[in-house]
Structures are given as structure tokens and as C-alpha cells.
Design a protein around this ligand. Sequence first.
Ligand SMILES: C[S@@+](CC[C@H](N)C(=O)[O-])C[C@H]1O[C@@H](n2cnc3c(N)ncnc32)[C@H](O)[C@@H]1O
Length: 361
Amino acid sequence: MSEIKGNPVVESSPLPERVEKILDGFRESKATFAACDFGIFDKLNNSSSPQSAKEITEMLSSDLDATTRLLDTLVALEFLDKSKQGDQWLYKNTEIASKFLTTSSPDSQLGTISLFNKILYPLQGSLESAVLDGNIQWMKAFGKSPEDIFRETVNSTEEDSLRFNKGMHSMAFSASYAVAKAVDLSAFNNCCDLGGGVGTLAYALCQYNPQMKITVCDLQPVVSLAHHFRPSVEDCPNQVNVSFMIGDFFKPETLPKADLYVLSRILHDWPEEKVELILDNVFNCLPSGGGLLICEKILDEDKRGPKRALLESLTMLVATGGKERTASEYKHILDKHGFIVTQIKQLDQSLFMDAMLCIKK
Ligand SMILES: C[S@@+](CC[C@H](N)C(=O)[O-])C[C@H]1O[C@@H](n2cnc3c(N)ncnc32)[C@H](O)[C@@H]1O
């Protein structure tokens, strides 16, 4: 406290960057998500020259003042550059926006962003309720409370399914190659990726394990759109080793035989009793000495991090009723179900998964 002419004055501390980040973080996300939803970065990428706010407004059929504010915010966020020509400002993508926020870029994050914007943003908005009652928040966010999220919501229409699977694909893409590189699977010839989505991990695994035939097993709506995500032979020369079939990991009779099963971002989706059922089913399908590759973001033993795993665990709370676990917690459940963990690979913090290889005792 100091004084001005005898009056005490409270001196405020500057905001630490951490606090500033949380005050602005969700607003930065929402501005960027909205721009992606409108296709602003795609439109600018496809334009032969920088565009004025008026031209972008006409393309979007939007409000000029509101659109200009959004564009200027994107300049501050370093996703757009603007330069003055005559009496008007012209906008173009920065390098980072072209690389990560446009549809045609191989590094596009638009799938993840669309999933976060349309599904996770509303669900995460009910976090307080989830912390109070410990339940998923579909009823609060969307007016429906599904028994099985994958059958009743995220895959209920082709549009929903495409959005969800684009999101899963873009979240898993870099991590899949990191897993395939890090884990030695040379002992296995027949792999089945359970709930393997559109094959993102399978295509990475087949590149590092040319000896392996891989069957991706998932629900019917996912299998029926998997062809959209098949890489070219130039990008993935072993893609012919990857095939798809409809199957249900809760019904072991629908699963193909394999000497290696994969559960990538499956166990974190389900409550404890369902996790136990999935592991029982895998155990019963595997020959002795067979493998189980689990890909999940692994929490540190003291649960201080990684931040991404903790945030994912809150997402599972509101979205699926599952959670993230530490390596010891996984080892405990796996041991109970007859598996020994033989390799644990913690990958880069920024990736959406780590990997654990287990062998049937
Ligand atoms: C969180 S996604 C993970 C997708 C993929 N493994 C990855 O890591 O990107 C969960 C997947 O499990 C699939 N799934 C949900 N219930 C299933 C079931 N009962 N049997 C087979 N697949 C199922 C979903 O359709 C979805 O593809």
C-alpha cells in the first residue's frame, strides 16, 4: 500500500501469465473454432490474393462489423496477417494457419477442432455439474443421455460419424506413427485393432511391421466410412495389409482371432466394469504368449501431469464416463486379468497417447 496526498492506494500486482492464459484461453479457442467452422482459413487459402473484410463477409453472408472484429482477433492470435491497401485492410493466412487450420494440409487439425467445437465445448461447459454428480453431461449439453455414446450419439448419423471420426483420425495421426516406431511388435503376425476407428493406427503399424496382417474391428457406421481415410499406396506402401470388419468388443464371438490385439483410446472411454469385460474378452481370444498393445495417455504416478492427460481425464468425465490412469493403475487391472506389462513407452507430451505392450501370462 502506498499513499497519494495522504490517501492510501492499493497497488495491484501484474497478472501472472498463467492467470492471463486461463482468462483468455477459452475465448481464443472459441474465436479460432468459429473461424474454422466458417472455413475462413480455407477460403483465404483458396483465394488468389488477400481479401478484405467486406469480401469475406460476402462469402460468409455474415455481419460486416462482427466479421471484422473476428478477423482482427485472428490477426492478434497470429493466424491471420493484415496489410493496408488504399483505404482498406486485406487479410491473408499466416504460415501456421495454412499448415494447421486448412483442409488440404496434411497437418490439418480441423477434424479435432470441429469435434472440440461441436461436442466437447458444450460438454465441457457442464464441468461443474459433472464434478458435483460424477456423471457424463450429454443431457445438460444436448438434451439426451445415451446408454452407449458410440452407438447413439457420435455415430448416429453419417454427418455425426464423419465429424467424430475425422476428429479421432486427426488426434491419433502423429501419435500413431510415434507408437509404431517406439514399440517392438516384430514377434506378431496377426493383429486386430479393436475399436480401431478408420484405421489411423493400423496404417502406421503396417509401415513399421511389414510382416503383420491387421484387421481393424469397429462398429458398422465407422467401418462403412473407413474408405475415406485409406492412404494412397505412395504414402503407405503396406496398406494392402490392413482390412476392416464389423465387430463388437463386448461380444467376443464377433472378434477375429489374432496373436496381437490393440486397444487404442478404448479403455479410457468406459467405466470400470466395462473395462474389465473388454479385457476378459481379449484374454479369452488370445493364445497364451499373445500380445495386447494399449495406447492411452498415461498419468504420472503422483498425478501432477502430464497436463494433457489430466485434461483428457476431465473430458472423459463429461463425455464418456471413463478416465485416464497411471501406469501402476493399468498394471494392477492388467495383472488381475492375466497380462504382464513388458514395455511402456511414454511419448511426447503433445501427443494424445503413450503405449504399453502386455503379454498374456
Ligand atoms: C475414442 S475412439 C478411438 C478410435 C481409435 N482407436 C483411435 O485411437 O483413434 C473409440 C472407438 O471405439 C469404437 N467402439 C465403441 N464401441 C465399440 C464396440 N462395442 N465394439 C467395437 N468398437 C467400438 C468407436 O466406434 C470408436 O471408433
